[in-house]
Ligand binder design. Structure first.
Ligand code: ASP
Length: 341
């Protein structure tokens, strides 16, 4: 994404994007805002954080939490842009092909490690086409349903979907999304194949769940906590070994009788391969600073998660995690026999 096209895109999307510390985007100077202290010349123009899912969903929420403290540390401006589609692979592909100058940054999650096993022509290679900046957070998922859905517990849900496999609808954010992966694990644990309803993010999927248009789904606590606490959706379980502090009444999948359903959604920041190491380091330092910000820690805690440690907010730890996860999910997905068409 070159500066001029970034500016045109920013102008088009001004109503749909969040701008953090933005003073004068693209003001007749090739996109340079001219604001903020810079060291080594970076940043001297807006940095775009690409979210590969819809606005208002969990990946978007975490990105917007970090945008402001990272912009402050970098001494620059951060614009959040949602580039949705195909389970996060459209946005990831766009960043893989962007100029490697540190001005296009991707926030992605576990989907970075599942997509290669699901898509035959992904168009990017996670380990080869990106520089890793650092891990961000690891978020539990919840299994949630519309509030008037008949099953009362996770065990009832399994019984119900088995008896009504042709009627029950399972929402997700497209093939390769965390919700898709969790849905696969659920179906495999329950021994059933359901009708899946793909969205461009679980923000809109949750809206439809609350509205009763779909029956159930898995999603991060960063999206579902508010609706669970408000009783707008029914929560069956959290997908982690321990209960989530902010949702003390929701049992774990193991407690609820489905111990095979375990997944937590790790997030990381990426820039295109070839981005100067000095820039990657600056982004990583800014990430560490943002993750240590008490406001971020408190916001995350309210939504059932926490920042990773400073050692994990590094390119090295991020690369190691991605390598390990690519291997883990390739096997699970091959065993499940799933492919994107
Ligand atoms: N939670 C979504 C997923 O299933 C992504 C999102 O909308 O942020 O991957």
């Amino acid at each position: 994404m070159r500066t001029t096209s970034r500016c045109r895109a920013a102008a088009r999307m001004i109503a749909a994007i969040g701008v953090f510390s933005l003073v004068a985007a693209c003001a007749g100077n090739g996109g340079t805002t001219g604001g903020g202290a810079t060291s080594g010349g970076y940043p001297d123009q807006n940095i775009t954080f690409v979210v590969p899912f819809s606005a208002g969903g969990p990946t978007d929420t975490v990105t917007r939490m970090l945008a402001e403290p990272m912009a402050a540390k970098l001494g620059g401006k951060v614009v959040v842009q949602n580039v949705e589609g195909a389970g996060g692979t459209v946005g990831a592909g766009e960043v893989a092909r962007a100029d490697p100058d540190g001005y296009t940054v991707l926030m992605h999650h576990i989907g970075m490690s599942t997509a290669p096993a699901l898509y035959q022509n992904l168009g990017y290679k996670p380990l080869e086409d990106f520089e890793m900046v650092g891990l961000v957070t690891e978020v539990p998922m919840t299994v949630v349903a519309r509030k008037d859905f008949a099953p009362a517990t996770l065990k009832d849900l399994v019984t119900h979907v088995k008896a009504n496999a042709d009627k029950v609808t399972l929402a997700n954010a497209g093939i390769g999304a965390a919700s898709h992966l969790c849905g696969l694990l659920f179906q495999s644990a329950a021994g059933v194949k359901l009708q899946e309803v793909p969205y461009e993010g679980t923000g809109p999927a949750l809206t439809d769940l609350v509205g009763g248009q779909v029956d159930f789904m898995c999603d991060q606590t960063t999206n579902t906590s508010g609706q669970i606490s408000a009783g707008e959706v029914k929560a069956y379980a959290v997908t982690t070994p321990e209960r989530v502090k902010s949702l003390p009444d929701v049992p774990t999948t193991a407690e609820a009788g489905l111990p095979q359903l375990q997944v937590s959604v790790w997030h990381g920041l990426y820039v295109p391969k070839g981005t100067p190491q000095e820039v990657v380091q600056k982004l990583s330092e800014a990430l560490k600073t943002a993750l240590a910000d008490q406001k971020v820690i408190d916001q995350m805690a309210k939504l059932g998660t926490a920042p990773v440690t400073a050692e994990n907010a590094t390119p090295q730890a991020h690369r190691a995690k991605l390598e390990e996860q690519l291997g883990t999910w390739a096997k699970v997905i091959a065993d499940a026999g799933v492919k994107a068409s």
